[in-house]
Design a protein around this ligand. Structure first.
Ligand SMILES: Nc1nc2c(ncn2[C@@H]2O[C@H](COP(=O)(O)OP(=O)(O)OP(=O)(O)O)[C@@H](O)[C@H]2O)c(=O)[nH]1
Length: 413
């Protein structure tokens, strides 16, 4: 697995975890904030209703009670005042509701719905807990709302004037509402609930949109970070490492004077090509050569001039090679050439061409130089060392025959 792939896998894992963690936190936070906002609004509405009720009971009702014998004014009833006032609020804030839902109301518009009846029963039968109010969710989709319900329990004896029996109720009230509904209430009885409903859909929708915006920005930032880190990785780590690797590879495989491959890399190439040649049942040859009287060149013209001869010899060899061939400096003033898919005769011709190229033109500062050659073709049985040994032996023969010539190696023993 490449370094970049490993880095990207770790980075992607970390960023995904970060997005998931941040997403979870932001989602919870926004949902919680939206619900707290709704709860806060519901409490404001409930307290507004209580304030209107108290105001009506304490400051309005006593003034109008004196007219009760002549005319019943529903505005003096706290429940009526609170319901009517908050209904005006509702026209400006759709979805916000306030109702005083009663099992047996005087005004039939206050009759409890099925759901409200269940909540009232919960209070009457003690299932709503010991608290003064309960809250929860009701409805779905755009109608999803938070409700807060408080029990309406008869605590003041004056309530009984209108709700015990028609006989004791004000006549003027009976004229308005009749004598069928709103009677038979008992002291300390829970007869209904005050219920506030505040829409949840819009605050939650707003939270969802905020969540989407935050997450888009977060994912976008992480993508930018991902790209920036990848670019930095290339320029700060991968490319310098690749350069270093190439340098190390060169140090391990190249001869720096001639720019040819070294002995170690030559053997690697030779072993690989032998394996290929065996599969293809083809041919492969090596040409080994050594510069003649090189010591004399060094001694006469200096070591640096000797180096120049080595370099220029390598250049002349290169000019004659195919890209698939491989020339190496085998050591000192000794060179070797690997010729793929080349039988012995063709290798002999190649060696002759190289010999002629070296001997054919004088070298700078030192004049004419020659080399002696040994050529061997692989027999598919011997190993690389045996093949080279045969080429070396042929080279030795070339030296003994007077140098500047090419000798064909003996077949393997
Ligand atoms: N300038 C230079 N000389 C080198 C280098 N490596 C080896 N030599 C020299 O090459 C010479 C090889 O000498 P010999 O082995 O006696 O061979 P020769 O003089 O070429 O004689 P024959 O091979 O018999 O023709 C020695 O003087 C080494 O010091 C090198 O990298 N640069």
């Amino acid at each position: 697995m490449s370094l970049r792939l490993k880095f990207n896998l770790v980075l992607a894992g970390v960023l995904l975890l970060a997005v998931a963690g941040a997403g979870l936190y932001v989602h919870r936070f926004l949902q919680q904030s939206a619900i707290e906002e709704v709860q806060h609004n519901s409490q404001i509405m409930m307290h507004a209703a209580m304030a209107i009720r108290d105001y009506t009971t304490e400051l309005v009702k006593p003034h109008l009670d004196v007219t009760l014998a002549e005319k019943f004014l529903p505005q003096t009833v706290p429940a009526y005042a609170a319901t009517e006032t908050l209904r005006r609020l509702q026209s400006r804030f759709p979805g916000y509701e306030y109702k005083e839902a009663v099992l047996n109301p005087t005004n039939l518009r206050d009759r409890a719905t099925e759901w409200e009846e269940r909540v009232i029963s919960d209070f009457r039968e003690g299932r709503a807990g010991a608290g003064k109010e309960i809250s929860g969710e009701v409805g779905e989709g755009v109608h999803r709302a938070l409700y807060v319900a408080r029990p309406i329990t008869i605590r003041q004896a004056q309530c009984m004037a209108c709700h015990s029996t028609p006989a004791v109720a004000p006549q003027t009230m009976l004229k308005v509402y009749g004598d069928k509904n709103g009677f038979g209430w008992g002291m300390h009885e829970t007869v209904g609930i005050q219920v506030v409903k505040v829409p949840m859909y819009f605050p939650l929708e707003k939270a969802r949109q905020t969540f989407n915006t935050v997450m888009t920005a977060l994912v976008g930032s992480f993508l930018l970070l991902f790209v920036a880190l990848n670019l930095s990785l290339s320029s700060l780590v991968i490319e310098p490492m690749a350069r270093l690797n190439r340098k190390l590879e060169d140090l391990a495989t190249k001869d720096f004077l001639t720019d040819l491959v070294n002995r170690r890399r030559f053997f690697e190439r030779l072993e690989a090509e032998m394996a290929n040649t065996r599969i293809k049942k083809g041919s492969l040859s090596v040409v080994m050569f050594d510069i003649d009287f090189f010591k004399r060149i060094n001694d006469t013209f200096g070591h640096d001039s000797g180096d120049v001869v080595l370099k220029h010899t390598a250049l002349r060899v290169r000019e004659l090679l195919r890209s698939s061939d491989c020339a190496a400096r085998f050591g000192g003033e000794e060179f070797i050439i690997l010729l793929k898919e080349t039988p012995l005769d063709a290798a002999m011709a190649m060696a002759e061409a190289v010999r002629a190229r070296i001997a054919g033109a004088p070298f700078d500062a030192v004049g004419h130089v020659s080399a002696s050659f040994g050529v061997a073709s692989w027999d598919h049985q011997e190993d690389s060392h045996a093949l080279i040994k045969r080429a070396d032996a042929a080279l030795y023969v070339a030296k003994s025959r007077g140098r500047n010539c090419v000798v064909r190696a003996q077949g393997p023993a």
